[in-house]
Design a protein around this ligand. Structure first.
Ligand code: SF4
Length: 410
């Protein structure tokens, strides 16, 4: 079965073969998540493999980039999920380098393209480009959440990570963000730097919450091959915390979060009540989403096929396509139902709620349990999964093994 099953059921229940409806009918019930990529940073960090390039802020084509994004929006909206707008996320790169006017213009265009009002509009910011004026201006244009790339409040870890800010600058930016009543604030932390202690990590977490962050994301440092760190690691010249030290930090973060009243609701994410990030939930549920901007990734349906597109990363070429009101150059990958099931399991099983196999089936059109029954039973016997007949959940005590557990049921 290739996963294309258009037309065999119409009422949301599986047919005689256990297959579920998908395609236009399932899509019509969704709400829309839009991601806008801002492809510039002041400097490349040595561990980062995101689609971004270093730029002198004077050279940012603020308005031309906004024009190109708005032009792409018109094209993508035609084959996007039909439904009200739910969340908008400006990520990067460093969206806080983009002028607030240009960003606001794009936000208004998104709002007027889709029905409804977004529940959440997030802008990623670096401490080097967020002060009180910018926080106020972002609040004024309708942004509801700032995501601040703090990474650490220790000078030696910030230097190791090649970050441009220092700890006082991170604290000032966090104060600026949390001084705005309408803005929710989340901060990113990294762990796994050489000689990083549990005390350092938990003290940073406490301090960030004290300064007003209602949500924290804590990511283990991973070494990507196409980065400066990747190159150093290949030459055996990269210092890094051993794996058992990284695991101990993950557990320390979990204990600290609990003592701070933060819910650990996804492997890397912690929230105080009511502060969960809403945009990522679209990814974790395996929903389609619209991606805009140079290097952005999104999902679309063309001729009944679900496709993942990746826009050309070359900014001049992206701007040219925008000026001609054409679709930017893109790489396309067709997502078969099995790819979508894998993705849905991989992302959903990283959350407290786990994955409803029925909801996944309704979205994708095949029963994810079929062919995996024995692997699921085995994982349940080992205590790696719970299974209530619909929902699979990895117990939190096993989250460190999440990737292995997910692989075991592929
Ligand atoms: S600031 Fe963020 S996006 Fe930019 S290079 Fe550093 S880690 Fe990557």
């Amino acid at each position: 079965m290739d996963g294309r099953n258009d037309g065999f059921v119409v009422d949301g229940r599986p047919d005689a073969y256990g297959r579920y409806p998908r395609g236009p009918m399932a899509r019509a019930e969704s709400s829309v998540a839009v991601y806008v990529h801002v492809p510039w940073c002041l400097q490349r960090c040595p561990y980062c493999d995101f689609a971004t390039e270093a730029i002198n802020p004077r050279n940012i084509p603020h308005e031309a980039y906004a024009d190109a994004v708005v032009s792409e929006l018109e094209i993508r909206a035609r084959d996007a999920v039909q439904g009200p707008i739910d969340t908008v996320f400006f990520g990067g790169g460093t969206p806080s380098l983009w002028s607030v006017e240009a960003l606001g213009r794009v936000l208004r265009a998104i709002q007027s393209t889709f029905s409804g009002s977004p529940r959440e509009v997030t802008v990623e910011c670096n401490p080097t480009s967020l002060d009180e004026d910018r926080a106020a201006a972002l609040e004024d244009i309708g942004v509801t959440r700032l995501s601040l790339g703090v990474q650490s409040l220790r000078e030696r870890h910030l230097r190791y990570l090649g970050r441009l800010h220092d700890a006082p600058q991170a604290e000032r930016a966090l104060r600026a963000a949390s001084s705005r009543a309408a803005l929710r604030v989340t901060a990113d932390l990294m762990f796994g730097m050489p000689e990083q202690s549990e005390d350092e990590l938990v003290e940073d977490m406490r301090r960030l919450v004290e300064l007003g962050a209602g949500h924290l994301s804590a990511y283990a440092l991973t070494i990507e091959p196409a980065t400066r760190f990747g190159e150093l690691a290949r030459k055996g010249r990269l210092r890094k915390l051993p794996d058992d030290g990284v695991a101990a930090l993950f557990e320390a973060a979990e204990r600290c979060a609990e003592s701070l009243g933060l819910e650990h609701y996804e492997v890397s994410n912690y929230a105080t009540p009511g502060q969960r990030g809403l945009h990522n939930e679209h990814y974790w549920r395996g929903d389609d989403y619209v991606g805009l901007g140079a290097g952005a990734v999104g999902c679309t349906v063309r001729d009944g096929r679900v496709l993942r597109y990746k826009n050309v990363y070359d900014v001049p070429s992206y701007l040219e396509a925008g000026a001609r009101r054409e679709r930017p150059r893109e790489e396309l990958e067709e997502l078969g139902s099995d790819d979508r099931v894998r993705e849905g399991l991989m992302l959903g099983l990283r959350t407290t709620e786990g994955v409803s196999l029925r909801a996944l089936a309704e979205r994708i059109g095949v029963d994810p349990r079929v062919g995996r029954e024995r692997a699921i039973e085995k994982a349940v016997r080992r205590g790696w999964l719970t299974d209530d007949g619909d929902r699979l959940v990895i117990p939190r005590a096993r989250w460190l093994l999440a990737d292995d557990i997910v692989s075991s049921i592929f």
